[in-house]
Write a protein that binds this ligand. Structure first.
Ligand code: PLP
Length: 347
């Protein structure tokens, strides 16, 4: 069952909305076994969004955006992307036999995300410039031509993405004390906050979480309070200098009593290895920025150790293994038999 069928009554679905799905959502909420206890946290859980059909949380919002686009008679989907949005749009377009056009910043997309979009059959257009320029281009295209824009400026994306907050509450029986996630274009933090508030109003959860957002130091417009013209970070999914949902992010932060801070690329890559080798969970660089930030907050005594914290692992590590590989030992080479191997391994 996908998110439309599962959360239909909380979504803008009518009798005319087609039931699109790739069985997205219902991702595992994995209890930390090692990292949480090592930090001294009572309860740390990971919402493993990398297990969505195209490997990132983008599928939750895309399925609703595509269903509504079909309902409204659209034949062509268009989006700008740092990678995962294009993979997701292309997959759902293929599912519904629609055309997808994705505009990406040339040379700045992880190869595996690009290969997804190409294999799903999207028309991929590379432009000079960064994500913000790509988004500007597709917004203009959608203003003038009959194409459905499926970036997170499309409100149906936010609607679909809020279902992750529902799933967390449904699994825990309440909201966590802290929800920690990466912030790029800021649609997801906006969506989670909307989801928690809606469930709270319905009495499904007693508390509301503090929303904690992680940006990358070289791409931290919300932390700095101004647009970053030339964003830089190894975490390409959050390499955004002018977030479309800026206000949604600051509202989520301020209304929840949370915070948004930046972490360095070094901290991000360390957190990626810590998560993979410490929990058996492989997430892409943007997805581990929250773990880097949480580590700092716990060490500084800014998060109570008896609290319940959920980290959103937004995308699979298989999306972008290159960044990770630079920081681990290469495989050992064996020229010999088992005895030589035992010697190499110091058994
Ligand atoms: C899109 C994306 C983000 C950023 O989400 P926003 O809604 O743009 O803030 C973070 N991580 C991954 C893996 C993503 O694909």
């Amino acid at each position: 069952m996908g998110v439309i069928a599962r959360y239909r009554e909380h979504l803008p679905i009518t009798e005319r909305t087609p039931l699109v799905d790739l069985n997205e959502g219902s991702t595992p909420l994995v209890e930390s076994r090692n990292l949480g206890p090592a930090l001294g946290l009572k309860r740390l859980l990971f919402k493993y969004e990398g297990l969505n059909p195209t490997g990132s949380f983008k599928d939750r919002g895309m399925v609703v955006a595509v269903a509504k686009a079909v309902e409204e008679g659209a034949k062509v989907l268009v989006c700008a992307s740092t990678g995962n949005t294009s993979a997701s749009a292309a997959a759902y377009a293929a599912r519904m036999r629609m055309r997808a056009i994705v505009v990406i910043p040339a040379g700045q997309i992880a190869l595996n995300k690009l290969s997804q979009a190409l294999l799903y059959g999207a028309k991929v257009v590379q432009i000079k410039g960064n994500f913000d320029a790509a988004l500007q281009t597709v917004r203009e295209l959608a203003d003038r031509y009959p194409v459905a824009l499926v970036n997170s400026v499309n409100p149906y994306r936010i609607e679909g993405q809020k279902t992750a907050a529902f799933e967390i509450v449904d699994a825990l029986g309440d909201a966590p004390d802290y929800l920690v996630l990466p912030v790029g274009n800021a649609g997801n933090i906006t969506a989670y906050w909307k989801g928690f508030r809606e469930y709270h109003e319905l009495g499904r959860c007693r508390i509301l979480p503090r929303m904690v957002g992680a940006q990358a130091e070289g791409a931290a417009p919300i932390v700095l309070g101004h647009v970053v013209e030339d964003p830089r970070t190894v975490a390409t999914a959050i390499k955004i200098g002018n977030p479309a949902s800026w206000e949604g992010a600051t509202s989520a932060r301020d209304e929840s009593g949370g915070l948004i801070e930046a972490v360095s690329d070094t901290e991000i890559l360390q957190a990626q290895i810590a998560l993979a080798s410490g929990e058996g969970l492989f997430a892409e660089p943007a997805s581990v920025a929250p773990l880097a930030l949480l580590t700092r907050l716990v060490r500084d005594g800014r998060i109570e150790r008896d609290s319940t914290t959920v980290i959103v692992l937004t995308g699979s590590g298989l999306k972008d293994p290159d960044a990770a590989l630079a920081n681990v030992e290469p495989p050992v080479e064996l020229d010999g038999d088992a005895r030589t191997l035992a010697k190499i391994l110091k058994l």
